[in-house]
Structure formats: structure tokens, C-alpha cells
Design a protein around this ligand. Structure first.
Ligand SMILES: [Zn+2]
Length: 226
């Protein structure tokens, strides 16, 4: 009888151990951001949000890749980068407070110039002529800079629909967007690479009509300043 009476306790311990050992899909803070954000998410900015912007992002775990929450994050990141107040050509997850390897890139090299999402992207190689082109960043208002970039990249990633690994070669302006967004995933901003950084004259006029303030419920605390 005594041994039998211990079974419920033993079973509870085993269940707890299995649950704790399962890979978690996103941290509590990340879940809060994904679930509570509006369709157009708060975009992190240098200074106030430098910790999340400067922290290298982790690859999505198998549990995260299979989660509905990832789909929600992808949808909201798309709504954010294509919103009139941001009007970007690419966005990386640290820019919405999530240090995970997820990016959207506008494919100017494809018909219709669609936005496409890439999971766990990594630049395997960069080559070609270096060009110095103007860049801005949703997370570095109100600046622009002249940044040297390679003209071609080879990117490996997980396809968001099939979840299959893929590799692709990209050239031209779209290759520059891939470099800018993958830099974000390594905690690097274009101002780290820029030859010169200058004020973007029309920034205030184009953005004055929108609210860019951080939500009151925002779970991340700031402790870094650049
Ligand atoms: Zn950026």
C-alpha cells in the first residue's frame, strides 16, 4: 500500500520533469510582446531600446518554428514594416523587441517587389564590388548614413511555409537589405559600418503625425545607452 500510494507523487514528478525539459516557445517577455502588440508593433529605437537591439539573436527553436505565435509575430512584423508610419524595405525581429532570427525583406529583384519572410537567416558568404550607398533604419531615427556593402550574398534560411532549409544567392539592392537586416540579428546597426552619418532633413515632417511611444505594458527594461 505504501509503495502504491507513492505512485501519484512519482507520476507528478515525471510529468513535471518532462514539461520542464520541453523546449519553450519564446520567453515570457517575448510572448507578452507578440500577444499584446497591435498589428503595427512598437519599433525599438537606439538609446531607449539598445539592449534588445545590441543583443545577438538566437535561432528559432523547433518548438518556436512550429508555433502559432511565430505566425502571429511574422504577420505583425509585416504589418509594421509596410505601415505608412514605418514604410520600410526590411525589418528584423530585434526591432520589435524579439531577439530571434526572423526578418522580412522587400525583394526588389522579383516581379512585383514582394516582401518575403526568412527564418533563421545566415549570410554564408558575401562578395562582389563594395558600394557606398545611403541607408536609414527604423530604429535609428532621424539619421541616414553612407554604408559600404557587398553587391552579392549567399543566404541560408528556413522557409516559413515548408520549414525546409534553403540557400539562395541575391544581388544588387536586395542583397544590401539582407546585409542590413542580418546585421540586426548580430546586434550590429548600420551606423557601426557607416562612413558618414547625417541628419535626415524631412524625417520630422513625415513622422510627426504618428505616435511612436513605447506601450505602457512593454516588458523590457533598459540598461544600455548606445
Ligand atoms: Zn535597420
Amino acid at each position: 500500500m505504501k509503495k502504491l500510494s507513492q505512485w501519484p507523487v512519482l507520476c507528478a514528478i515525471v510529468v513535471l520533469a518532462v514539461a520542464c525539459g520541453r523546449p519553450q516557445a519564446f520567453t515570457a517577455a517575448e510572448q507578452c510582446i507578440i500577444d499584446r502588440s497591435a498589428e503595427v508593433m512598437y519599433v525599438t529605437v537606439i538609446g531607449a531600446d539598445s539592449t534588445v537591439l545590441r543583443t545577438p539573436s538566437a535561432d528559432l527553436t523547433p518548438a518556436e518554428l512550429a508555433s502559432d505565435r511565430l505566425k502571429t509575430l511574422m504577420d505583425k512584423m509585416y504589418s509594421t514594416v509596410t505601415s505608412p508610419q514605418q514604410d520600410g524595405v526590411g525589418i528584423a525581429a530585434p526591432q520589435v523587441g524579439i531577439d530571434k532570427r526572423v526578418i522580412w525583406v522587400q525583394r526588389f529583384d522579383k516581379p512585383g517587389e514582394p516582401f518575403e519572410c526568412y527564418l533563421n537567416p545566415h549570410l554564408d558568404s558575401l562578395w562582389g564590388e563594395m558600394t557606398h550607398g545611403p541607408e536609414g533604419c527604423l530604429s535609428v531615427p532621424p539619421m541616414r548614413g553612407l554604408v559600404p556593402r557587398y553587391s552579392a550574398v549567399k543566404v541560408s534560411y528556413i522557409h516559413p511555409e515548408t520549414l525546409e532549409p534553403r540557400t539562395e544567392t541575391v544581388e544588387g539592392y536586395t542583397a544590401i537589405i539582407f546585409q542590413h537586416e542580418c546585421d540586426h540579428l548580430d546586434g550590429t546597426l548600420y551606423i557601426d559600418r557607416a562612413d558618414t552619418v547625417f541628419l535626415h532633413a524631412s524625417w520630422k515632417e513625415t513622422r510627426a503625425q504618428y505616435d511612436y511611444s513605447r506601450p505602457a505594458w512593454w516588458p523590457l527594461k533598459e540598461n544600455q545607452t548606445n
